[in-house]
Ligand binder design. Structure first.
Ligand code: HEM
Length: 430
């Protein structure tokens, strides 16, 4: 790659945003791209694909305004509502920002608006609050396990992981007990689904179905605080002392609810799959419970539930010496970076003893780095600890996934998330 050369188009590439084989095995796809160049342009949606660790870290960490998060979740789908022109599209973007999906949510904000609202969220996700939720998470895991334990088998995604993550975030936010089961049932497929025509699946606000409910929660707590996270959010103020609108606060609460749900559930399912597929590792973790935290970290690297996030180049710039023109939509390959052999030795090996386990980019980096990471880690650690305690051995159910030497797993058809559709296990109750 010559300095300043344009991102090359590789016509033989499969469509990352629609191809079912990429959904099944995204790592091979990312490896194929990286072996050509860590910064490439794909031809199906004209998106730039970043697959090298340094390129990904560079784009996520830039603070000079050359990359916008306005397309963070949906990426190039649907396409930009304007035609980029020139070497700086900042003004064009501001004129059309609200037409982009997810524009009402924190993850898509930029600059000062982003820091002002992120500060409201990070003030709530404190270490003390997490500590207080530990006992709840333990008893939650035990109650869920009680339900399927006598059967000697379960489907981990529906019977355990999804409910763990949803109830955990409900408890953290302070969502009334009476509403929790309904919310669990309401959560539908991921917003970046690639079944059918994705362009029509993403509305201007994919979390809109929760709007009335969360607005009511915040309004009620403004007049009648009950000491939970949403009460604190309802009373929060911007740095300059002004009170945010209820609509904005309800939006933040909805986003925390959505963001803290599916990704954590998928991490728990991925962790159980890895344990079921590696009896030796399972035995080791049973004997060395203090290593569960390292195991969770390696699960996050190896099978990141967030395959990628997206950015929009607002100014013409370079990434790893490759020219990126203003208006380019960039796929920032988090899972790709986690498998870059330039950063992780033998990345295809699942190894809880590898150095710098926390180097993975699964929670993103920079201004938007996931503020829920400590909760996600805690939930997964406790879930795995309780499963190891209550299930004497965890085996992948061969009647659903085939024999050990020829397993088959199905992943949800979404281009952003890495999500096992189902995971059937068998076990002996302890
Ligand atoms: C394993 C579980 C999780 C993963 C892999 C994950 C991943 C991510 C990623 C990659 C981003 C950054 C997006 C970007 O850079 O554009 C993000 C942002 C965010 N996450 Fe998480 N997340 C997880 C769990 C949670 C939980 C449990 C919560 C809530 C308690 C949460 C709340 C948020 C929020 C509020 C943001 C937006 C931050 C911002 O834009 O400044 N996440 N998450």
């Amino acid at each position: 790659m010559k300095d300043g050369s344009k991102a090359e188009i590789t016509p033989e590439l499969r469509d990352f945003f629609a191809d079912a084989t990429v959904v099944q095995d995204p790592v091979s796809y990312f490896n194929q791209l990286r072996s050509q160049c860590p910064v490439l342009r794909e031809q199906h949606h004209d998106a730039i694909m970043l697959t090298g660790y340094d390129a990904v870290l560079d784009v996520l960490s830039r603070r000079d305004g050359s990359f916008s998060s306005s397309v963070s979740v949906a990426g190039p789908i649907p396409p930009l509502p304007f035609t980029p022109q020139g070497d700086d599209i900042s003004a064009l973007l501001e004129a059309h920002r609200e037409e982009l999906p997810w524009s009402a949510h924190l993850v898509s904000f930029d600059g000062e608006k982003h820091s002002a609202h992120r500060a409201l969220v990070t003030a709530l996700l404190t270490h003390e609050r997490l500590k207080r939720t530990e006992d709840y998470l333990t008893s939650l895991a035990d109650r869920l396990i009680d339900k399927f334990l006598p059967r000697g088998e379960c489907e981990v995604v529906a019977d355990f992981a999804h409910a763990t993550a949803t109830y955990a975030i409900c408890d953290l936010l302070g969502i009334p007990e009476a509403d929790r089961a309904e919310l669990l049932a309401l959560l539908g497929p991921a917003p970046t689904s690639i079944e059918g025509d994705p362009a029509h699946k993403i509305g201007p606000d994919p979390l809109v179905f929760l709007e009335a409910r969360f607005t009511a929660y915040i309004e009620k707590r403004r007049t009648n605080p009950v000491g939970d996270l949403m009460s604190e959010l309802a009373a929060s103020r911007y740095k300059d002392g002004t009170l945010p609108e209820v609509k904005m606060l309800a939006g933040l609460a909805r986003f925390i609810f959505g963001a803290g749900q599916d990704t954590s559930a998928r991490t728990i399912a991925a962790a159980v799959r890895l344990l079921g597929d590696d009896p030796q590792l399972q035995r080791r973790l049973r004997a060395e419970r203090h290593r569960i935290a390292d195991f969770v970290e390696e699960v996050l690297r190896f099978d990141a539930p967030t395959k990628c996030v997206f950015r929009l180049a607002t100014k013409s710039t370079t990434v790893e010496r490759v020219e990126v023109s203003a208006g380019s939509v960039i796929t920032v390959g988090l899972l790709a970076a986690n498998h870059d052999p330039g950063h992780f030795e033998n990345p295809a090996l699942f190894d809880i003893d590898r150095p710098r386990l926390r180097d993975h980019l699964t929670f993103s980096r920079g201004a938007h780095a996931c503020p829920g990471a400590p909760l996600a880690r805690l939930e997964t650690r406790i879930a795995i600890d309780r499963l190891l305690d209550r299930l004497a051995d965890i085996r992948i159910a061969e009647k659903h996934h085939g024999p050990a030497e020829n397993r088959s797993y199905r992943y949800e058809p979404t281009y952003m998330l890495r999500s096992l559709s189902e995971l059937h296990i068998e076990f002996t109750p302890a």
